[in-house]
Design a binder for this molecule. Structure first.
Ligand code: NAP
Length: 282
């Protein structure tokens, strides 16, 4: 029987580190890290994420500024708001809640975020650094995958990793992070031939496809580590891409949904804001 990788527990440890970093700064009269979050319009998902980010950030002692803008805002005015935050010496990290209203060119606007404050790793520059293996902010969901794996305290070097899914926000950057750790990485997608056979080669299988319970025990080899990124809503319940009950008997470790990858992402975003402040001071 495999073991569960407990994302909540790992997040709690990182939160403690962040909290003591912030407390220590406050005690020494040093500036407290500050995040600015821009919300355009009233997308329900974005409002939920922003409020949750605020709740976690402030509970750890950070400052959190909400910039709420009308749905009808002109692209140039939104860019002006971003420039203001870029130039605000008290703001360390900028989060732009996506999606933006249809009349706004998302790529153009994202490109205006200063890379030094791009804690959500949205800009081409931040993503380029990731692919070049250079130091920079790590995107939160792929970084959550890596952090969960690192919590097992085993070397990732030379491990056969299969990433199922090739999106720009999860699959590709997760694969790149693991390649940067010297794993041997294969990326699979909807056109992959013999998908099960490829997945079965994996020492570590990362699944990010958005198909609830798609991966069962027939996809994995004995003792594999399975990281489930999927979060689909099924009958009002958040459900992963992995059929946990079927896989747990064959795998050595599995992440649950909820309580796995998703449990870490906001914490890692806030950690990036602390890193941004440290970088600014250096
Ligand atoms: P996405 O953009 O829809 O990409 C899905 C990927 O899966 C695509 O590369 C697609 O292949 C591949 N795929 C779909 N069906 C497949 C199949 N039957 N066989 C093999 N490959 C298949 O999704 P995403 O944004 O990466 O998100 C993936 C999942 O992670 C979703 O459930 C999402 O909600 C979740 N998620 C969770 C978090 C978190 O914090 N926990 C964060 C972000 C996303 P093609 O490229 O060939 O189409």
């Amino acid at each position: 029987m495999g073991q569960i990788i407990n994302g909540k527990e790992i997040a709690a440890n990182i939160k403690e580190e962040i909290k003591s970093f912030v407390e220590n700064r406050a005690e020494n009269n040093k500036r407290i890290p500050k995040i600015a979050s821009i919300l355009v319009g009233n997308d329900g998902g974005s409002i939920y994420y922003m409020n949750n980010q605020e709740k976690v950030a402030t509970s750890l002692g950070l400052l959190f500024k909400k910039v709420i803008l009308e749905d009808s805002i002109k692209e140039d005015n939104l860019i002006d708001e971003i420039h203001k935050l870029n130039n605000d010496m008290n703001v360390d990290g900028i989060i732009l809640q996506l999606p933006l209203p249809k009349h706004i060119d998302e790529k153009k606007v994202v490109a205006e975020i200063s890379p030094e404050k791009d804690i959500d790793c949205l800009t081409v520059e931040s993503q380029g650094k990731l692919y070049m293996g250079e130091a920079g902010f790590l995107p939160c969901t792929p970084n959550s995958v890596l952090t969960l794996l690192k919590s097992l305290k085993m070397s990732l070097e030379g491990k056969e990793v299969v990433v199922l899914g090739r999106s720009n926000i999860v699959g590709k950057p997760a694969a790149q992070l693991l390649l940067n750790e010297n794993s041997t990485v294969t990326i699979c997608h909807s056109r992959t031939v013999n998908l099960k056979e490829v997945c079965k080669r994996a020492d570590i299988l990362v699944v990010a496809i958005g198909k609830p319970k798609f991966v069962d025990e027939t996809f994995i080899k004995d003792g594999a580590i399975v990281i489930d990124v999927g979060t689909s809503s099924v009958e009002g319940k958040i459900t992963g891409d992995v059929d946990f009950d079927k896989v747990i008997n064959k795998a050595s470790f599995v992440t649950p949904v909820p309580g796995g990858v998703g449990a870490l992402t906001t914490t890692l975003l806030i950690k990036n804001a602390c890193e941004a402040l440290k970088n600014n001071e250096n």
